[in-house]
Design a protein around this ligand. Structure first.
Ligand code: ADP
Ligand code: ADP
Length: 234
């Protein structure tokens, strides 16, 4: 059965005010376990809104079920946050600890895991994002932008989410850094059966990696299929 099930979702911002704006209209989609789904569309098409609904951060009209949890209930949204990792745009803005290691360890420590387990998770996460050991015990604020991004992402991977929601995770990185991260996300899917939903406005970035692509335009789902189906129809 699908990990993500959305049926006739409508999201309206500032409802009932002169600024009212329908960000999503009648969106229905299914994402299966271990799938790499890309959501593409121009700026303002509703991609971030859709991702935030999947993360249980905003609610709309219609049904949204993630990992079997109906997100219309608050208690289910809280439950969901244990299984979902969300990487917002520019996640490095949320770094705050004194060292790279401590920043990545923060989440697992809060789960109350044993020190050994925390240690192995941090090591594994930093390894996945390919951050070299020489940086582990320095301040994250001394790193380059690209390195800070990788530390922030490692902090989310260390939580071992079953579902990973990514909003333009490679924005502002150099081509090599982008390739590396995209390859890592796709191997999380293929090797560890993590379900990945990635929002981007860059078709090229996902053409070779996504299993399926959902295209949004002005809040509507206008196309869905394999990259080949979607990109060849133009
Ligand atoms: P995308 O991620 O594709 O750029 P968004 O989901 O951010 O699209 O935005 C979809 C639409 O909703 C846009 O018209 C945007 O201006 C509007 N919008 C997004 N967030 C808010 C908000 N918090 N309040 C009001 N309108 C919003
Ligand atoms: P990345 O390669 O991580 O995407 P940049 O393109 O911003 O990051 O940085 C280019 C190179 O310079 C990187 O290989 C990085 O290791 C190095 N670098 C940048 N800033 C620092 C720093 N503060 N300390 C050590 N190395 C740095």
């Amino acid at each position: 059965s699908p990990v993500i099930e959305i049926n006739k979702l409508n999201v309206i911002y500032a409802a009932g005010t002169p600024m009212e704006r329908q960000a999503l209209s009648e969106i229905s989609l299914l994402v299966s376990k271990g799938e790499f789904r890309a959501i593409i569309g121009p700026q303002g098409s509703g991609k971030s809104t859709l991702l935030q609904v999947m993360a249980g951060l905003i609610t709309g009209e219609g049904t949204v079920k993630i990992a079997g949890l109906d997100l219309s209930a608050k208690k289910n949204r809280v439950q969901l946050w244990r299984q979902v990792g969300v990487v917002f745009q520019y996640p490095e803005k949320q770094l705050f600890e004194d060292t790279v290691w401590n920043d990545v360890a923060y989440g697992p420590q809060n789960l109350g895991l044993k020190q050994d387990e925390v240690k192995s998770r941090v090591q594994m996460a930093l390894d996945k994002v390919k951050l070299e050991e020489e940086y582990f015990h320095i301040s994250p604020f001394k790193l380059s932008g690209g390195q800070q991004r990788r530390v922030a992402i490692a902090g989310i991977l260390a939580m071992e989410p079953k579902i990973l929601l990514l909003d333009e995770p490679t924005a502002g990185l150099d081509p090599q850094g982008r390739q590396q991260l995209m390859g890592m996300f796709s191997s999380l899917c293929k090797k560890e059966k993590v379900t990945v939903v990635l929002v981007t406005h860059d078709m090229e970035e996902v053409a070779n990696r996504a299993d399926r692509v959902t295209v949004l335009q002005r809040g509507k789902l206008i196309m869905e299929g394999t990259p080949r189906e979607v990109f060849c129809r133009g």
